[in-house]
Design a protein around this ligand. Structure first.
Ligand code: EPS
Length: 359
């Protein structure tokens, strides 16, 4: 048994939903802690005015009773408050009455770098909105809610996960000016985030197959976040320029390491050191000064779609990446330790730590 996560929801549809399966029974969840992560994701300099409209809050529809998980699927919901402006345009059913609000006219101007063109070709859509609504980073909200649940489970095992921004628009500190300059130029900027996980015990993941490697799973989860184009684990790309003698983490008595160039992962297995992963985000592709494109209705050259968007969303990425890493670590811990009940999982954890302590 493992943890499972499925999500659904369009950016301007009624709501985002997630179903989390495989959670142990008896895990105490704190609504305020989940909402605090949802709030953190919405902060950050350079976000779209949309963020003033949305004040994300989790609703739990199933799998929880009096704040404790039941060991059954946990169903989470985050509403899109902006949906009230898109009731006709994003109605799940054929809308009644005259078109009103937003999203009433088909979009035919694909933005380079967004899902627009690939999406309409792949799914046979006429209206680019049919692709962009799900491709939008809006639904990272519900992944953050799932990540908050994963963090609650990891905390029971002494594991903490934290994401932070390393750079935005090429600036390693005080990036507000870079974001302001991009906004003035009607442009966007990307950046780099880092996630660190402390207290991770050795033995999460496995080298037995590609699918089980924890480094591959973390990389996959991070690459699955909108606009991420590069992943690094530990010293990553810098290791390619080192000799072997300077690239590895020597082992001392007590099985401690002198360094952590591997970022806490060897052969796809956690080695007990801090897990360190980074993700690079490209500049967002919705530009107020649009790039060249083609009008899909006429085949003629045209400018890409311009619509309200963020100048930078790197600070949000740090929170989303933290949630993704937390989810993958919780999943690996669930596989390693089993446990229908949290108490079983904690007992297995203690027994395992005792076994490796005597080595
Ligand atoms: C997004 C575009 C913007 C962002 C959105 C992601 O939305 P809108 O077009 O409605 O202004 O605000 O992110 C969120 C709504 C969010 O909650 O993070 C995109 O195209 O990916």
């Amino acid at each position: 048994m493992s943890l499972g996560l499925s999500t659904a929801g369009e950016s301007h549809g009624p709501a985002l939903v997630a179903i989390l399966s495989g959670l142990p029974a008896g895990l105490v969840l704190d609504r305020a802690a989940i909402d605090a992560d949802l709030h953190r994701r919405q902060q950050g300099y350079g976000r779209s005015p949309r963020q003033q409209l949305e004040q994300d809050q989790v609703e739990v529809l199933a799998g929880l009773r009096h704040g404790r998980t039941l060991g059954t699927p946990l169903a989470l919901l985050v509403r899109n408050r902006d949906h009230k402006n898109w009731e006709w345009g994003m109605n799940p059913w054929p809308p009644e009455g005259e078109p009103s609000g937003k999203g009433t006219k088909p979009v035919t101007l694909p933005r380079p770098g967004h899902a627009d063109l690939a999406g309409v070709l792949k799914y046979g859509h006429e209206d680019v909105r049919d692709a962009l609504e799900r491709a939008s980073a809006r639904h990272t909200a519900v992944y953050v809610a799932a990540g908050a649940v994963a963090k609650a489970l990891l905390r029971e095992l002494g594991i903490g996960v934290a994401g932070s921004v390393l750079e935005i628009g090429g600036e390693r500190e005080s990036w507000e000016a870079a974001i302001d300059a991009a906004r003035t130029d009607r442009d966007t900027v990307g950046g780099v985030v880092e996630v660190r996980a402390t207290g991770v015990f050795p033995g999460l993941g496995s080298y037995a197959s590609r699918e089980e490697r924890l480094d591959a799973r973390l990389a996959g989860a991070l690459m699955g976040i909108q606009a991420v184009k590069g992943i690094e684990i530990g010293d990553g790309f810098a290791l390619a320029r080192e000799r072997g003698s300077a690239a590895h983490d020597e082992i001392e008595p007590g099985l401690r390491r002198r360094s952590n160039r591997a970022g806490g992962l060897e052969a796809g297995v956690s080695n007990g050191e801090e897990i360190v992963v980074r993700a690079a985000m490209k500049p967002l592709p919705t530009l107020m000064k649009p790039l060249d494109s083609v009008d899909l209705a006429t085949g003629e050259p045209a400018q890409a779609l311009v619509e309200r968007s963020d100048v930078a969303a790197v600070e949000a990425l740090a929170v989303v990446a933290e949630a993704a890493v937390a989810w993958e670590l919780a999943r690996a811990a669930r596989e390693k330790l089993g446990g229908d009940a949290l108490a079983d999982m904690k007992a297995a954890h203690a027994a395992y730590l005792e076994r490796i302590r005597t080595r």
